[in-house]
Design a protein around this ligand. Structure first.
Ligand SMILES: Cc1ncc(COP(=O)(O)O)c(C=O)c1O
Length: 459
């Protein structure tokens, strides 16, 4: 039977059959999808042929752009050789062993190991389970709770979502689970009190964390988890001394530090890892996204030797590490990740990101100076945020019903720029391969969109 043309359209079938992540269902039914058909470099083209520069690298992840031929060839070669195998029961491949070695070396996790999973959420959950074993083996089995921070994003599986410090990740599901706590986020632009300097602010945050630990009981806290720089929480860089001071508190109470490098890793912040941009010293690190430029779903946990030793000791009587995913160490994923890292090294990604990041930030700062509604420009490397405010002097935010951030996204999209508002903070995290021309294109479209937004909001 011939279907009416409408029912053959991608939009019709999408609305009829697909439930979308972080999308309002009714709005999706009314508006329909944005159908992305192809990509090249930092740009994607929709089904109607309209081109956009993607200022967000998809979801902070497509660091090498949208149609990298070397990554495609690496995947293709591996598919033709061995399209699947696993890493359970002593199995491995050259790729998995090589990537594990490479990640341990890159992160400098002395005597450590890498463990593979397929998503950032799984990597974060794996770190929690490893922290539990670590404390159990050391005779502290009651150390189970995890402290995350308000505004943090750590993923969508149940424990990862519980660690998020964002209300929208909790409200439909009755989360967080018991035992997942949230301490105050370092957010200098909004969190510092009048008359407080950075040192006093950091001290207040550290004491707040310590109070929480003492209230809960230090013998109940297993780990503290943090993104070096907040991504989805609004691109927020902590004060320079924040992590060093927090680490003193963690050391005092024997609490592990878990680094969520899922966005910050692999050059994004102008260092190989965000940890080095902010002076964080994690015991384990979760890696994903940039690891393969998201050309294959692969993630990893890289852990210090002490963590591995705990797993080893726990299973000394002959048990097996009771954890694993069907696609952990997937041969195509590791081949793509190895190729991505080789490209990052060849292009000297850290220097490139610093140069491009400085250029983009310079343009944003000039825009801020000229705009009555830009209160703050912040970030590191190619991870930059612009916070919109109703009053620059007092930092008064726009009333939520003014929809300042979402309106910017709508205007930018019409102008061929994909940005991402997080509340009224506009996020930019473009593919790391952007060149001068791409950066200027993002900045030009951003500036034009900002002018239109000013007219909408201020008349
Ligand atoms: C900082 C951070 N951690 C974890 C995740 C979750 O990763 P995934 O969606 O691959 O599970 C994300 C995803 O955006 C993230 O931004």
């Amino acid at each position: 039977m011939t279907q009416p043309a409408k029912s053959n359209s991608v939009a019709f079938r999408d609305i009829a059959f697909q439930l979308h992540s972080q999308t309002n269902p009714e709005a999706h039914e009314a508006r329909g999808p944005i159908i992305v058909a192809s990509g090249k470099g930092a740009r994607v083209t929709d089904i109607d042929g309209k081109e956009y520069i993607d200022g967000m690298a998809g979801l902070w992840c497509a660091s090498l752009g949208f149609a990298n031929e070397r990554l495609a060839a690496a995947a293709s070669r591996q598919y033709a050789t061995l399209g699947y195998y696993h890493t359970f029961f002593h199995r491995t491949g050259d790729g998995a062993a090589t990537l594990a070695e490479k990640l341990v070396e890159m992160t400098g996790m002395e005597g450590g190991k890498a463990y593979f999973a397929t998503s950032g959420s799984e990597a974060n959950e794996t770190m929690v389970k490893l922290a539990w074993v670590y404390h159990t083996v050391r005779g502290k089995p009651t150390k189970r709770k995890v402290i995350a921070r308000q505004r943090s994003f750590h993923g969508s599986t149940i424990a990862a979502a519980s660690m998020c410090g964002l209300e929208f990740m909790h409200r439909e599901f009755g989360l967080p689970l018991p035992g997942f706590l949230h301490t105050e986020a370092p957010y200098p632009y909004r969190g510092m009190l009048t008359g407080e300097d950075e040192v006093a602010y950091v001290e207040r945050l550290a004491l707040e964390l310590e109070k929480m630990i003492l209230r809960e009981g230090p013998d109940t806290i297993a780990a503290f988890i943090a993104e070096p720089i907040f991504a989805g929480g609004g691109i927020i860089v902590p004060p320079a001394t924040y992590f060093a001071r927090i680490q003193q508190v963690l050391d005092k109470y024997d609490i592990l530090c878990l680094g969520d490098e899922i966005v910050c890793g692999f050059g994004r912040t102008g260092e190989w890892f965000g940890r080095d941009t902010v002076g964080m010293k994690p015991d384990m690190m979760a890696l994903a996204k940039g690891l393969s430029s998201s050309y294959f779903p692969i993630s990893a946990v890289v852990m210090k030797g002490e963590i591995y030793d705990a797993i080893r000791t726990f299973n000394q009587a002959g048990g097996s590490f009771g954890h694993g995913f069907t696609n952990s160490g997937h041969p195509v994923g590791v081949a793509v990740a190895l190729e991505a890292i080789a490209i990052y090294e060849e292009m000297n990604i850290v220097d490139h990101v610093r140069r491009m990041g400085a250029r983009l930030r310079g343009r944003f700062e000039a825009m801020a100076a000229a705009s009555p509604i830009v209160g703050d420009v912040r970030g590191a490397g190619l991870m930059l945020g612009i916070e919109l405010v109703a009053d620059k002097e007092t930092r008064l935010p726009f009333a939520p019903e003014r929809q300042a951030g979402p309106s910017f996204d709508r205007i930018a999209l019409a102008n061929g720029l994909i940005a991402r508002c997080m509340g009224d903070t506009l996020g930019f995290s473009p593919p790391l391969i952007v060149d001068d021309r791409d950066v200027d294109d993002i900045a030009d479209r951003c500036e034009a969109s900002l002018r239109e937004l000013e007219t909408e909001l201020l008349g």
